[in-house]
Design a protein around this ligand. Structure first.
Ligand code: ZN
Length: 465
């Protein structure tokens, strides 16, 4: 708790010369585990939310997290896509599978991804999502890009539900393409239309990755929609490389190279580093292990100045949040690492954004390039995400701020030293420069050292308004 006239603290921290800021709130964290929490704590995160995918059933998810001893605060959206899999191919939602497992399920029968739902199926999908909201989900995850068969009528019904519950939706837009039809721009225009037509708060996930070469155009459209008062928000992560499962349908589009401006060499298996030479090779790997995690180098930020500029437009979008899209930690065989060894072994892989998103942003955009003022940068990592969430979960009014009565989720960092260390070759290296990280007043990192014995993370759930 933050305030005056509080009883004496158990310990005092000397923060002279350091930046003291609200802990970072990550709207897009798929890791949701002890190792993921620890790596994110070194990146300054104190609240890690699974909002783009979400979970179903939601009650079982929260119960599972509370048993696991989470280090960071946690929360989930209700998963539209899992409801769709349940209704369209009979996927069982027994509460035993993690969101990442459900994400990889159902690759033998892709009707859940490709097909339009009949009206009565839409009703069933909406009913399952509603159950998730009733069980406390903070928002609705709409990874439409993985199930582009979910059409405008279905999305309208889901967004009407969101508006009725006063809860945001988190969209991975249906199409990632520089060219029509089914372009990224078509997706954004459709999303803006949904905000206007249903009054639902539409949050756009990873503006950097799904806009491809159209980032500037997309940002311009979003700004104009916001200027008209439409409830639209967005986020980005500071990398030109994404990560997902190999089974993602957009890679199998026969026109993938032409539509995305990248080739099959841009797709790389996380656990082996292997890149592909052809669609056939990719299809064979996909058939063998559909759950395999891959990297997709969609912007060439090292070599191409225009790509660099596009990443800047998304990361520096005024009022936009920084969100990591952190993915789970994997074993060398590609299975998800579920243990809690610390430090994390050098054979574990993920994506550098799972351990370095916020420190990379502070190092490069704030310290090295002076491209974003420090106060604005901190707002993009804490206050702005809190404001995006506080309509549906009033708990967020006590987060993202250092004010009297607010939660003591606090980071103390050295702006001169803060840095991501994870690279695509060494993803397992935790970030540096976070001197102290407190979650709900408990010290998780102290003098740069992780305390492996504490688990102060608390659930964040939807509240009736
Ligand atoms: Zn996504």
């Amino acid at each position: 708790m933050i305030g005056q006239n509080l009883p004496a603290g158990v310990r005092e921290i000397d923060a002279a010369g350091l930046v003291v800021a609200p802990g970072f709130i990550d709207l897009h964290a798929h890791g949701q585990s002890i190792p993921a929490d620890r790596m994110q704590a070194f990146d300054g995160v104190t609240t890690a939310l699974e909002l783009e995918l979400g979970a179903l059933p939601v009650g079982a998810w929260y119960e599972e997290q509370s048993k696991s001893g989470r280090i960071l605060n946690y929360g989930t959206a209700a998963a539209w896509m899992f409801a769709r899999k349940a209704v369209m191919i009979g996927l069982e939602l027994d509460g035993k599978s993690t969101p990442m497992e459900l994400m990889g399920a159902g690759v033998d029968d892709m009707r859940w991804s490709s097909d339009t739902a009949a009206d009565e199926q839409v009703d069933q999908i909406v009913a399952l999502v509603r159950e998730g909201l009733d069980q406390g989900a903070i928002g609705i995850g709409i990874p439409n890009g993985y199930a582009p068969g979910g059409g405008v009528k279905e999305m309208t019904a889901i967004c009407e539900l969101a508006a009725q519950y006063g809860t945001p939706t988190f969209t991975h837009i249906p199409y990632a393409s520089n060219i029509d039809p089914m372009s990224s721009i078509e997706s954004y225009v459709r999303l803006i239309g949904l905000a206007g037509a249903t009054c639902a708060h539409m949050h756009i996930c990873h503006l950097n990755s799904t806009s491809l070469q159209e980032v500037e155009h997309a940002a311009d459209l979003i700004r104009k929609a916001q200027e008209q008062g439409l409830p639209i928000t967005t986020e980005a992560y500071p990398y030109g490389t994404g990560s997902t499962v190999i089974s993602a349908s957009f890679f199998m589009d026969p026109d993938f190279p032409e539509r995305t401006g990248t080739d099959y060499r841009s797709i790389q298996v996380v656990s082996t580093g292997k890149r592909f030479d052809s669609r056939e090779e990719l299809a064979a790997a996909r058939a063998k292990d559909p759950k395999a995690l891959i990297l997709w180098h969609f912007l060439d930020t090292e070599q191409n100045p225009r790509d660099r500029e596009l990443l800047d437009i998304s990361v520096m979008y005024p009022g936009g949040a920084i969100a990591s899209d952190a993915v789970p930690w994997s074993n060398p065989d590609g299975s998800i690492y579920a243990g809690d060894e610390w430090p994390l072994g050098s054979d574990k892989t993920s994506h550098p954004r799972s351990s370095g998103t916020y420190t990379r942003f502070l190092r490069e955009w704030v310290r090295e390039r002076n491209a974003v003022p420090l106060m604005e940068a901190i707002a993009k990592c804490s206050l702005i995400p809190a404001q995006i969430m506080e309509g549906c979960a009033p708990q967020f009014r006590r987060k993202g701020r250092l004010q009297e009565g607010c939660d003591a989720d606090i980071v103390v960092f050295d702006l001169e030293a803060v840095s991501d260390r994870a690279s695509f070759e060494q993803m397992y290296l935790p970030a540096e420069g976070m001197v102290h990280v407190l979650v709900n007043g408990r010290s998780v990192i102290s003098n740069g050292q992780l305390d492996t014995s504490v688990a102060p993370g608390r659930p964040i759930m939807r509240e009736e308004r």
